[in-house]
Design a protein around this ligand. Structure first.
Ligand SMILES: [Zn+2]
Length: 422
């Protein structure tokens, strides 16, 4: 899968880097002949919550990166929250790197966090290599990572010349669903209109400051026209969505099935179709996992209460086949999926050596059998607590082999490196 599309080819690797892209039958010392299996650039997942240190019982670097590699993902960028301390200072970044050292099976970069009061930390954190700054406009779910208000977001954007990635939901539109086993009650408590209102606030902040902004995990199709119009107007704004918003529907969530809970929520069929249209026309240009696991007792309380359950869907290992199964049904090609899940996330983070099979890029490669099918069995998942809303689904596309800088990832020897913004 080359940047120009699929074609028969051979990839020559030297010192971990793609040295040449040749004709399939070019003479060489052939090491691996994949036949009809697709060779993709390793995927780049810029939205992963590893949670270590501090909440390592939820997820950790060894398990998260093993799951990533099993799913064809060779680069992750870790979110600044849910670990303790959150990555809101250089000291916290150093603690996180110390915790991750020697555990990573894929390459790992880090986002920093912009929270009330840490303005003096933003420039040093950026200089220390974080890819940009995450902030929330609503309660994040953990007390140590409080939200900014729109004025605070603007102030942060004016403090450092960096990418700002934002969880955009407007708190005034969100209510407490109370204890409920009905997904519809939970979804109604976080309406699409609240997302659209917060997206408008992010657009205003990006417009006023000239900063680069990115909307995380867009769920509400109502925000698409705002993003498209702002971009046409020259505002530096991009957006991502996630496999669950594109493939699951609110109408199919059984009562009490809190493994489907995430924030913002999965919405209805019409919304899902509109998100696909937004991907097709380029309004949304990345698809990333928002892999956000926790312990099973928090994810699936015995009461089946959507109000109490932790919000987050852990899918770094399943994103590619989940997306590919639905994309092919809707008439998209594997080249589209690779653009959304490799090239564009790499570009978002400014990772020039990732996400494409091209001379000079890192030889991060995924062999993927697109026509093979498999049944999702939680026991086959490598993240720490294999709870998944995809259990029992039959999916298309099997990851056969993964190489990180030319070396097969075996899940035993961690060869991942830390990445810093270029
Ligand atoms: Zn997230």
């Amino acid at each position: 899968m080359l940047p120009s599309g699929p074609q028969p080819a051979a990839v020559r690797v030297h010192d971990g880097v793609i040295a040449a892209v040749l004709a399939y039958d070019a003479p060489s010392t052939v090491d691996v002949d994949l036949g009809d299996v697709a060779l993709l650039p390793g995927l780049v997942d810029t939205h992963v919550h590893v949670n270590e240190p501090g909440r390592t019982e939820w997820e950790g670097f060894a398990t998260a990166t093993r799951a990533a590699a099993a799913g064809g993902v060779t680069t992750i960028v870790d979110m600044p929250l849910n670990s303790l301390p959150p990555t809101t200072s250089v000291a916290a970044l150093q603690e996180k790197k110390a915790a991750a050292t020697g555990q990573c099976h894929v390459d790992v970069g880090f986002w920093g966090g912009a929270v009330p009061g840490n303005a003096p930390d933003l420039v040093p954190l950026h200089e220390a290599g974080v890819f940009g700054f995450k902030s929330f406009l609503i309660d994040s779910g953990v007390p140590e990572f409080p939200p900014l208000d729109p004025a605070g977001l603007r102030a942060a954007m004016s403090t450092v010349d960096a990418l700002f990635i934002v969880h955009a939901e407007d708190p005034s539109a969100v209510s407490d669903p109370g204890p409920t086993r009905r997904f519809a009650d939970f979804e109604a408590s976080r309406p699409g209109a609240g997302e659209a209102r917060a997206v408008a606030a992010v657009i205003d902040a990006a417009r006023a400051t000239g900063a680069r902004a990115h909307i995380l995990h867009l769920s509400a199709a109502a925000a698409l026209p705002l993003i498209a119009a702002a971009r046409a107007d020259g505002v530096r704004i991009t957006a991502e969505t996630c496999p669950h918003y594109l493939t699951l529907s609110a109408d199919e969530v059984p009562d009490g099935a809190t493994e489907f809970k995430c924030c913002p929520p999965i919405r209805d069929d019409a919304n899902r179709d509109a998100l696909w249209a937004g991907l097709a026309d380029g309004t949304v240009h990345c698809v990333v996992s928002d892999h956000s696991p926790c312990t099973p007792d928090l994810k699936r309380p015995e009461t089946g209460d959507f109000g109490a359950a932790w919000g987050g869907i852990a899918s770094v290992q399943l994103g590619l086949p989940v997306m590919w199964s639905e994309a092919r049904r809707r008439g998209f090609g594997l080249d589209d999926v690779v653009r959304w899940m490799a090239a564009h996330p790499a570009a978002l983070a400014g990772l020039r050596g990732k996400g494409r099979i091209e001379v000079g890029a890192d030889a991060d490669l995924t062999a993927f059998a697109p026509d093979e099918e498999f049944l999702v069995e939680p026991a086959a998942l490598h993240h720490r607590h294999p709870v998944t809303p995809y259990a029992g689904k039959r999916l298309h596309g099997v990851v056969r082999h993964v190489w990180l800088r030319g070396v097969p990832v075996d899940g035993t020897t961690p060869r991942g490196r830390f990445l810093t913004h270029e």
